[in-house]
Design a protein around this ligand. Structure first.
Ligand code: SR1
Length: 322
């Protein structure tokens, strides 16, 4: 890191502990996000203490209570359901512990809310779906309510259907668990068999899109059913670009970059530096054609091709450049 301002004494002392309290940890998105958060913690010289509810909301709430009791210097809450995390977030705020909430409504104005631009994510993917389908046809939609980012993307989907009466949702499927892609693949197969006229699947989470891609391939429908998704990983790029892949486009941030932003925001709060109340990381639209044409096979290559996926200006740390 290039030092461009004095490191605050609180950080320079080297004993800052940031608790990262996660709802979910399995899957490409969450693994990349954590890798970015850990890398940024190393860069900034803070300790990241990671816990995961592994999809169990009570466990996540307990982990959050423990972070408050252990007087973490800052807490990052990563996903979660508002009703399970907000009571402990309130306690953290009362105890004066700075808090960053990613992809969950903290319910406390003192907390910094970090999101990806989920409406934009859905708009970009649906723009590609509209171009690919001509704005009409039967669609399978993959959604699970209660996850803030998916709920925001759902708002855009609902608006999109109103604005595009030729688009007909014939089935809604979806599950989030430790094997989301496999479960969605089974559901997608059933939905496609029940609705032979389907032209596209809107699957705005990469585990959903991977499952949908598996189903379409296994049914031999890749030439007439296309998938429009969200998120990206090196494994996703391999699925999108393989011969005959039905996954036509995805709208995504770089998850590692978002994890970095969360740690920067928490570190700034510990240092008493100003942080905007709401931080948003914008996505980019990534198409199968674009990936193939540019020969992109990894997220590292992707971020070189799309420099806007790296956002050092969001929660910029003045004493370090990253
Ligand atoms: C179950 S929620 C999954 C989403 O969280 C993050 O916002 C990722 O973009 C992913 O799509």
């Amino acid at each position: 890191a290039t030092v461009s301002a004095t490191v605050p004494a609180r950080i320079a002392a080297g004993d800052v502990r940031i608790a990262l309290v996660r709802q979910l940890s399995s899957g490409d998105y969450f693994e990349q996000w954590l890798a970015g958060a850990q890398a940024e913690a190393r860069t900034l010289g803070v300790r990241l203490e990671v816990s995961s509810g592994d999809g169990n909301n009570d466990k996540q709430a307990l982990n959050l209570e423990q972070a408050v009791t252990a007087k973490a210097d800052a807490i990052i809450v990563d996903h979660g359901f508002a009703q399970t995390v907000q009571p402990a977030i309130k306690k953290a705020v009362s105890a004066g512990i700075p808090l960053v909430a990613f992809d969950v409504d903290p319910g406390s104005p003192e907390a910094v809310a970090l999101t990806q631009d989920d409406h934009r994510i859905a708009e970009q993917a649906l723009g590609a779906l509209k171009a690919g389908t001509g704005g009409n046809g039967e669609i399978v939609y993959v959604y699970v309510a209660g996850f803030a980012p998916l709920d925001r993307r759902n708002e855009t989907w609902e608006r999109f259907k109103k604005d595009n009466p030729g688009i007909k949702q014939v089935a809604q499927i979806g599950v989030v668990n430790s094997s989301t892609a496999a479960a969605v693949a089974d559901q997608a197969k059933a939905a496609l068999q029940a609705n032979p006229g389907v032209k596209a699947i809107f699957a705005p989470y990469d585990e959903f899109a991977k499952g949908a891609a598996l189903a379409v391939k296994e049914l031999g429908l890749a030439d007439r059913v296309k998938i429009y998704g969200a998120d990206v990983s090196t494994a996703d790029i391999a699925v999108m670009t393989e011969t005959g892949s039905p996954w036509a486009a995805t709208s995504a941030t770089d998850p590692a970059n978002v994890g970095r932003v969360a740690v920067r925001a928490a570190t700034l709060l510990v240092a008493g530096s100003p942080v905007e109340h709401a931080l948003t990381v914008p996505p980019a639209l990534i198409t199968q054609k674009g990936l193939r044409d540019a020969g992109i096979t990894s997220v590292e290559q992707l971020t070189r091709a799309f420099p806007e996926l790296t956002t050092p200006e969001v929660a910029r740390v003045p004493w370090a450049s990253s």
